[in-house]
Design a protein around this ligand. Structure first.
Ligand SMILES: [Zn+2]
Ligand SMILES: [Zn+2]
Length: 135
């Protein structure tokens, strides 16, 4: 099933070859700054299974809390985060979950970097939580 996603202003559109389902919630400090929230909510898709069908993202080169180099792609028009690429996981894009409105099968399956979650965060319970990244 093909699923489309888009940013706040609609300049960037994303196509996935199958419906997004598993969400990884990342509470690292870098994601907090980049999203303006307690965590980023991420859907990982292989490059071959996803496509940017409209628009061109702008890139911020970041260094993750893990020390890995991270490219944060966002919309130049509205500032919405779109996806990240990290040297830790080559060949995939880490899309932001809120791009997609078809949320039926989407659920948080893992929390990572919970040691840096702010006090006001509410973490999903009943799923594996990692103080740092997944090892
Ligand atoms: Zn936009
Ligand atoms: Zn993060």
């Amino acid at each position: 099933m093909i699923v489309m996603g888009k940013c706040l202003c609609g300049s960037i559109e994303v196509k996935l070859n199958d419906a997004p389902s598993e969400i990884i919630a990342c509470y690292c400090t870098s994601c907090q700054k980049a999203t303006g929230g307690p965590a980023s909510f991420n859907i990982i898709k292989a490059d071959a299974e996803s496509e940017i069908t409209k628009g061109t993202t702008k890139v911020f080169s970041d260094v993750a809390d893990s020390g890995s180099k991270l490219e944060r792609h966002f919309c130049d028009g509205c500032g919405s985060p779109i996806y990240s690429k990290t040297e830790t996981y080559p060949g995939v894009k880490i899309f932001k979950a809120a791009l997609f409105s078809d949320t039926e099968n989407m659920k948080v399956v893992t929390n990572i970097w919970t040691k840096s979650a702010p006090e006001w965060a509410v973490l999903h319970e009943g799923v594996p939580s990692h103080a740092k990244g997944r090892t």
